[in-house]
Ligand binder design. Structure first.
Ligand SMILES: Nc1ncnc2c1ncn2[C@@H]1O[C@H](COP(=O)(O)OP(=O)(O)OP(=O)(O)O)[C@@H](O)[C@H]1O
Ligand SMILES: [Mg+2]
Length: 257
């Protein structure tokens, strides 16, 4: 089985009467090279589920497998990680004191990082992948726009050559005018490099644009999942229907949020 699999995953926060079952028995598969969209209202547990795949949320039950093998949560420094996450807020995902080039280089595998010339070439290649010129290497994040920073965060995640990417609301914090361009870029890069992706958004219009299949999450559970066209044309759950009714109707192209 080739894919990133969540099997009966459970995450809870707090204790006693105040326990929040943020993820309450979720099983979901991201097949290799495919995009699975995860949609649901605020607080439904989408980010928490995504974070379990990179070891940032504690599992209280269930397991996560890559190609049938349990995923590891601890890695030595420089060791390649099969799953990388890109976050909503591009301003906080980069160290403001480090140049763009150093931030990207830090995430490279040791072999690519060792020599200055190969490091520079690899950083340039990654910047090119996200449609930024090599000059960006020298810049500090404070001088860049949200859209540029999000491209750099993506380049940084891809530098580790992940087999799977968890993209968590990657366009939500961006100005509406650049959201479409960043979404298009994510889609192009995913297709070119062929990694699998869990694409999280509260916006069904955005999710449907780039997902092969969609899972709808509510109160810590998946209420419905299926191939994108089928789920959109024939939603079974009333909750999915409500999300569809709330999403702007556009047949093609990334919708504004
Ligand atoms: N570190 C934490 N400590 C305590 N509670 C948490 C923590 N992280 C998440 N939660 C709770 O878990 C639930 C799910 O949160 P989560 O952030 O996964 O939702 P989400 O679907 O990503 O929402 P949004 O669309 O607003 O990003 C919420 O009730 C949230 O308050
Ligand atoms: Mg979230």
């Amino acid at each position: 089985m080739s894919g990133l699999e969540f099997l009966d995953v459970r995450v809870r926060f707090g204790r006693g009467a105040k326990t929040v079952h943020a993820v309450h028995g979720v099983s979901l598969e991201v097949p290799a090279g495919q995009v699975v969209g995860l949609v649901g209202e605020s607080g439904s547990g989408k980010s928490t589920l995504g974070r379990t795949a990179v070891g940032l949320a504690p599992l209280h039950g269930g397991s996560i497998l890559i190609d049938g093998q349990p995923i590891r949560s601890r890695f030595r420094r420089g060791e390649p990680r099969p799953v990388q996450m890109v976050y909503q807020d591009p301003y906080s995902s980069l160290d403001p004191r480090m140049t763009v080039g150093d931030s990207i280089a830090e995430a490279l595998p040791p072999a690519a990082r060792r020599r200055a010339s190969s490091r520079r070439a690899e950083v340039s290649r990654l910047l090119d992948l996200v449609s930024l010129e090599a000059d960006y290497q020298e810049m500090l994040p404070g001088r860049l726009s949200g859209g540029q920073l999000q491209r750099i965060a993506l380049a940084r995640a891809l530098g580790a050559r992940p087999r799977y990417v968890v993209a968590d609301e990657v366009t939500s914090a961006l100005d509406v005018s650049v959201q479409g361009a960043v979404l298009n870029l994510v889609r192009e890069v995913q297709r070119d490099l062929g990694f699998g992706m869990l694409f999280i958004s509260h916006n069904l219009a955005v999710v449907r644009y780039l997902s092969d299949s969609i899972a709808v999450m509510r109160l810590g559970k998946i209420v419905e999942a299926g191939p994108t066209a089928e789920l959109i044309a024939n939603p079974r759950s009333p909750y999915t229907r409500a999300l569809l009714a709330a999403a702007p109707h556009r047949r093609s192209g990334p919708a504004a949020q």
